[in-house]
Design a protein around this ligand. Structure first.
Ligand code: SF4
Length: 300
C-alpha cells in the first residue's frame, strides 16, 4: 500500500460528494431505520458479514419478530437459533449470536453495550462488528472497515485496483485518518463508503461514471491499472466441506426427529470420508448432537 493521500482531516474532501450520493441513493433497509434497536443492528451486522442483503432481509425480519431483544434469544435454545438461521450459511454465527445474547442479558442488564471495547468482549463480536454497532446503533465515532470499504479506499486514495489480501496496519491508519472528527459525520462517512462499495465500486465491475468520487479517485487518475498482485481466487463452493456441512444442517433442520447416521451422511452429498469428517466437525462445533444410538439432530 502506498502512503495515505492528503485527504484526511476534520472532514475529508470526499465527504460531501459521498454524503450527497448516499442521501440520494441509499437502500431503504429496516436495520437503518431510526427506530431499529441496537440489538436489531447487531443481528443485521452479524448476518451481513458473509451473506448478501437480499438473503438476509427475510431471515432478519423473522428473527427480530421471534427474538426482539437479546433476552428473548438468550432464552431460546441453540437449536432454535440454527433452525431460524435458515440458509444464511456459516451457521456457527447463529450459535455465537446466542452466546452474545446470553452475555448481554447476564452481564449488561439485557442492553447492547455502546462502547466498542465492551462490544468486543462479547462472544463472537470482532473488530468490525463492534465498530459497526458503535457507529450505526449508537452514533459513536468508530472506524468501520469491511471488505467493501477496504476496496473503495484502495482505489480512491491509494490508487490500486484491490487491497492487500488481508487487512494491514497501513490500511487501518488510512481508514483512521479519513474518518471525520464529528461523530455524526463519521457515521455518514462509514455508511456511505460501505454502500458505495456494495453498489458502485464493486470488485469486478466498478461503475466509475456513476461514482460521486470519480473526480477524486486516484485509481481512475492513474488510468485504472489492472490488479498486479497475486491472483484472487473466488471462493470455491462445489465439493467443499462448507457445502457438505450446509447440506447436513439443512437435512437436520427439515427433519421431524433425529436422523440415523446413514441418512445424515447421505444428505451431505459428499464421499464417505468427507461426509464423516463434516459430521464430526458439526458435532464438535455444537451445530449437531446425538450418536448412532439416538440418531442426530440440531442442538437442543
Ligand atoms: S471512481 Fe470508480 S474506482 Fe474510483 S471509487 Fe468510484 S467506482 Fe471506485
Amino acid at each position: 500500500m502506498g502512503a495515505p493521500s492528503p485527504v484526511g482531516g476534520a472532514t475529508n474532501r470526499l465527504f460531501d460528494p459521498l454524503s450527497a450520493w448516499y442521501a440520494r441513493t441509499a437502500r431503504d433497509l429496516p436495520w437503518r431505520d431510526a427506530g431499529c434497536s441496537p440489538w436489531g443492528v447487531l443481528v443485521s451486522e452479524v448476518m451481513l458479514q458473509q451473506t448478501p442483503v437480499a438473503r438476509v432481509l427475510p431471515v432478519w425480519r423473522r428473527w427480530m419478530e421471534q427474538w426482539p431483544t437479546p433476552a428473548d434469544l438468550a432464552a431460546a435454545g441453540p437449536g432454535e437459533a440454527v433452525r431460524a438461521w435458515d440458509r444464511l450459511g456459516y451457521p456457527r454465527r447463529a450459535l455465537r449470536l446466542v452466546d452474545a445474547a446470553v452475555a448481554i442479558r447476564d452481564l449488561h442488564g439485557g442492553r447492547v453495550p455502546a462502547e466498542e471495547e465492551v462490544l468486543r468482549s462479547l462472544p463472537g463480536i470482532g473488530e468490525y462488528t463492534a465498530a459497526a454497532v458503535a457507529s450505526f446503533a449508537f452514533g459513536r465515532r468508530a472506524v468501520v472497515v469491511d471488505t467493501n470499504v477496504r476496496r473503495v479506499q484502495a482505489r480512491v486514495v491509494t490508487g490500486v485496483a484491490l487491497p492487500a489480501p488481508s487487512y494491514t496496519a497501513a490500511e487501518r491508519r488510512l481508514a483512521t485518518g479519513l474518518l471525520p472528527e464529528d461523530a455524526a459525520d463519521s457515521v455518514q462517512w462509514n455508511i456511505g463508503l460501505m454502500e458505495l462499495g456494495a453498489l458502485v465500486c464493486t470488485a469486478r465491475a466498478p461503475r466509475c461514471r456513476e461514482c460521486p468520487l470519480q473526480a477524486e479517485c486516484a485509481w481512475v487518475a492513474a488510468g485504472s491499472p489492472a490488479h498486479d498482485g497475486p491472483p484472487r481466487r473466488g471462493q470455491k463452493w462445489a465439493g467443499t466441506d462448507r457445502q457438505a456441512r450446509g447440506r447436513i444442517v439443512q437435512a437436520l433442520r427439515e427433519a421431524d426427529g433425529p436422523l440415523p447416521r446413514a441418512e445424515v451422511l447421505a444428505a451431505s452429498g459428499a464421499p464417505e470420508a468427507q461426509a464423516e469428517r463434516c459430521l464430526a466437525g458439526l458435532l464438535e462445533d455444537g451445530l449437531a448432537e446425538g450418536d448412532d444410538a439416538t440418531g442426530y439432530a440440531l442442538p437442543t
